[in-house]
Design a protein around this ligand. Structure first.
Ligand code: NAP
Length: 436
């Protein structure tokens, strides 16, 4: 674990005019807050620009930018800590599309998870006040359409992921959110723990609870079980009385997911031909199918339900938790039980999916797309965190200066669980603003 770098001491970067007006703060150094509610003109931010799309260490650069203006339904949050997510990697790479084409601002501040302090509220916001300690979910929507009022805000035509499709994310001293995005920070958690779970946990919650509708007793195959989504998928599956069968790539990762409640683990590295590849020869396809069948047998063993002679077909996955995409999707479709649900929210290994559709229709399986979560789901899921029924899995805490590096670790699949970086919090282990 890396600890916070020592941050510079406050520079009193203020200017006075005639003396009748309050001091205007131009900016403060990272880790030094102005008086509560005083909004500086400029802030330090990790900025992505179109001309430097590429690997995180180049794509993310520190710049001084204007603090965002607060609209009527919006809230400005002083960021104490920011969570690291894969969408920061995509935003830096500019793949599969440049986020800058979407929001049409010349620069992008990524970051879709944070903990922080409400610094300014818009005129229409009534539920939050300056000084409240909060986290944010990352779904934005118009708030006015039918989907937002009685439907599902994820169906709103203006739905966007904050910090990815919007330009004012959490890798900066201040972040701009809609009021409806805010959730109470669990008071017992440190700033970095509270910043670490929202995006992946709330996504996994929607996928399993509301989209795949996991039932007690079902078998759930979880790809990437030790990653950001996976560590929560394991906990939620277990909590729902279903059986999480966790796919990992090392013994260390297996240990972590067993501690989180996995029923059993499968190390995908033992099945070297499992992944789908473009332009496979017939021999390679056969090898892949053999590896997939061997993986399936391992799944039956993991569930513990092979026939008494060990040769009969056991029960496969009732639900497959997918986000790897191209390399694993054909196996997900093949391995799933009759009438199983394959719920997918991402495609780390590629989004152009190829699979044998006969395996889908003959056995009446369903593919279910899922994308983040609505405010109601986030609130319900956050309540479980508050009650300690699900826990954050923060494995690494970094300083503000290390934000690009955290994304490089994520891109290289070097991390486990989730990572966070301190922004306003001067050191790890603090729980509230007065301590900081
Ligand atoms: P993560 O922390 O990097 O975890 C992903 C896990 O997938 C890794 O731990 C790795 O585990 C496994 N993995 C990676 N490449 C693989 C491959 N080729 N074959 C099999 N397993 C592989 O990322 P995450 O935060 O869980 O996010 C995963 C994906 O979901 C990303 O693409 C992200 O953008 C997307 N996502 C989408 C949403 C949404 O709302 N739509 C929300 C969150 C995330 P092992 O190496 O141990 O197998």
């Amino acid at each position: 674990m890396s600890t916070a770098l020592k941050l510079p001491v406050a520079r009193t970067d203020t200017s006075e005019d005639s003396g009748e007006h309050p001091k205007v703060v131009e900016s403060t150094p990272v880790g030094v807050a102005p008086p509560l509610g005083v909004v500086p003109a400029r802030m330090d931010a990790w900025v992505i620009r179109k001309e430097r799309h590429g690997l995180p260490m180049e794509a993310f650069q520190r710049e001084m930018v204007s603090v965002p203006e607060v609209g009527p339904n919006e809230v400005l949050v002083y960021v104490m800590a920011a969570g690291i997510n894969y969408n920061g990697v995509w935003a830096g790479l500019g793949k599969p599309v440049s986020v800058l084409d979407g929001h049409k601002r010349p620069y992008h501040v990524a970051g879709s998870d944070m903990s922080g302090v409400v610094w300014k509220v818009g005129s229409a916001v009534t539920k939050w006040k300056v000084g409240d300690e909060v986290i944010a979910h990352c779904n934005q929507s118009c708030g006015e359409c039918g989907a937002c009022n009685g439907g599902d805000p994820l169906a709103c035509e203006d739905q966007k992921i904050w910090g990815y499709e919007t330009p004012d994310g959490s890798f900066a001293q201040y972040a701009l959110v809609q009021g409806q995005q805010l959730l109470r920070k669990p008071p017992k958690m440190t700033w970095e723990e509270a910043a670490s779970y929202g995006l992946t946990y709330f996504t996994a919650y929607r996928m399993l609870v509301d989209r795949a509708k996991v039932r007690p007793g079902e078998n759930v195959l979880i790809w990437g079980a030790s990653g950001g989504l996976g560590v929560f998928a394991v906990q939620i599956t277990k909590m729902m009385g279903a059986r999480p069968i966790a796919v990992v790539s090392s013994d260390e990762k297996a240990k972590l997911v067993m501690e989180l409640g996995a029923h059993a683990t499968i190390n995908r590295k033992e099945f070297k031909d499992l992944a789908w590849h473009k332009d496979e020869t017939p021999e390679q396809t056969k090898k892949r199918m053999d590896a997939t069948k061997a993986f399936g047998k391992k799944f039956w063993e993991a569930v513990g339900e092979t026939g008494p002679d060990g040769s009969r077909r056991g029960r496969g996955p009732d639900v497959v938790f997918e986000h790897v995409g191209q390399e694993t999707f054909p196996a997900s479709v093949f391995l799933a039980n009759r009438f199983a649900r394959i719920v997918i929210c991402g495609a780390t290994s590629g989004f152009d999916l190829h699979f044998d559709v006969r395996h889908l229709w003959m056995r009446q399986k369903s593919i279910i797309g899922s994308h983040f979560a609505n405010a109601d789901e986030c609130q319900r899921a956050n309540e479980l965190m508050m009650r300690g029924l699900v826990r954050p899995v923060l494995t690494e805490t970094y300083s503000y200066l290390e934000i690009p590096y955290t994304h490089e670790r994520m891109r290289k699949n070097e991390h486990q669980g989730t990572m966070a970086a301190l922004v306003g919090a001067p050191r790890p282990g603090l729980h509230n603003f007065s301590e900081a």
